[in-house]
Design a protein around this ligand. Structure first.
Ligand code: GUN
Length: 291
């Protein structure tokens, strides 16, 4: 079965919009997300544009703040301070990647963790690790939500994650390990893993997040496995208006027939990511995790 992330995301955004109207009807405040975009990277422009559109669909207020590539670290830190102190802003994100002269970690750690709807601040990362309520990074949360909505049983299964990034691999491994989330036995593979292909073949659930187009081939997948493709590499394609197409980490054409469930690229995990940011923003508006 092909997992339809686009349809699932649309469903969830509709549920969020209904809840927002309920909150507003009861005299409550519309959730407000601010996004900071630095420079003109094509991918970041598209993501942030889609985040603003998703806010509209959910009935949120949104604010877009732009800086040029030559913004200084001090200017960005001052912007973070302003957003931290703006009582109307419930949550905000600094779109990554940042220019090389900016210390990313210093910016992230300056964000008030109570407004960190990306779930990148060490307080949120740490709270996730010990199973406390917190903002969870959108891509891992989106993957878990897809599996739940499709009724995929995870408890006790063997889960292999390809990639150990801070945004996907690491938080995904936490979620898949924990009792009240995935409750699976987790193996994290990366560029220096020995026997990576053999590890993959053992997986009941294989989550590919290494950013290498078509890395996962049919002979690396167990019959009946659930395969989640997080890859979104832009590869040149002159037949497209944009000049590129998105390519996943999995050879969909040869892997799909072996799987019980598989996510396509595009239309699988991608649409869920922004949707989970909306869910985190709703939680921020409701002060669900922190006062
Ligand atoms: N760049 C790529 N993915 C993300 C994300 O989830 N959040 C932010 N802030 N930047 C990103």
């Amino acid at each position: 079965q092909i997992i339809d992330g686009k349809a699932t995301a649309a469903e969830i955004k509709k549920e969020i919009a209904e809840e927002v109207e309920h909150i507003v009807a009861g005299g409550g405040k519309r959730p407000h997300l601010a996004a900071v975009l630095i420079g003109h990277d094509g991918g970041s422009e598209t993501y942030v544009h889609n985040k603003v559109l998703a806010c509209e669909a959910c009935g949120f207020q949104s604010t877009l703040i732009r800086y040029e590539d030559d913004v200084t670290e001090e200017e960005l830190l001052a912007c973070v301070d302003r957003l931290n102190n703006d009582t109307d802003v419930d949550g905000f994100i600094i779109q990554l990647p940042l220019p090389a002269h900016i210390n990313k970690q210093r910016i992230i750690e300056r964000i008030d963790y109570r407004k960190d709807v990306d779930g990148f601040h060490p307080v949120n990362v740490g709270r996730l690790a010990i199973g406390l309520p917190c903002y969870i990074s959108a891509t891992p949360l989106g993957i878990l939500t897809l599996m739940r909505r499709y009724g995929i049983k995870t408890s006790g299964k063997k889960c292999v994650i390809l990639g150990r990034s801070n945004i996907v691999g690491k938080p995904m491994s936490q979620l898949m390990m924990q009792k009240h989330y995935g409750d699976t036995t987790v193996t994290v593979c990366h560029s220096h893993s020995a026997n990576l292909e053999e590890e993959c073949r053992q997986a009941d659930i294989l989550i590919a997040a290494i950013g290498k187009p078509e890395f996962v081939k049919a002979d690396m997948v167990k019959e009946g496995a659930v395969v989640i493709d997080v890859g979104t590499t832009r590869v040149p394609d002159p037949t497209r208006k944009s000049g590129f197409r998105l390519c996943g980490d999995v050879r969909f054409d040869e892997v799909a027939s072996k799987c019980s469930y598989i996510t396509p690229v595009p239309g699988g995990v991608g649409p869920m990511t922004i949707c989970m940011l909306m869910l985190n923003t709703l939680a921020a508006g409701k002060k669900a995790y922190y006062d």
